[in-house]
Design a protein around this ligand. Structure first.
Ligand code: ZN
Length: 92
């Protein structure tokens, strides 16, 4: 089982790819099933990020994040911003 530090490293790799998660594998199960969602305050573009694996349903939540340029974001004011996010096991 990977720890939070391993997940944070993966988040850095995802950020380097402008939110493209396709080539990054899950630190817990090794599958290429990661999903990322940036939920931000539209004015400041600061918010939080959810990174999870669709296969083993583990992941992390990180606050006070500014998404990389070009990454898709959702508004923190939008109740639908977390629709479709599974109730994944968070590494705290
Ligand atoms: Zn996994």
């Amino acid at each position: 089982m990977a720890d939070r530090a391993a997940w944070l490293r993966v988040l850095g790799q995802v950020a380097d790819r402008q939110g493209e998660v396709g080539l990054v594998s899950c630190p817990d199960c090794g599958q290429d099933r990661l999903e990322v969602r940036y939920i931000v305050e539209p004015e400041t573009r600061v918010g939080y990020v959810l990174l999870w694996c669709g296969a083993c349903v583990h992941g992390i939540s990180v606050s006070r994040v500014r998404p990389p340029e070009g990454a898709p974001t959702r508004s923190i004011d939008d109740p639908a911003s977390v629709v479709g996010v599974p109730d994944f096991a968070r590494h705290e």
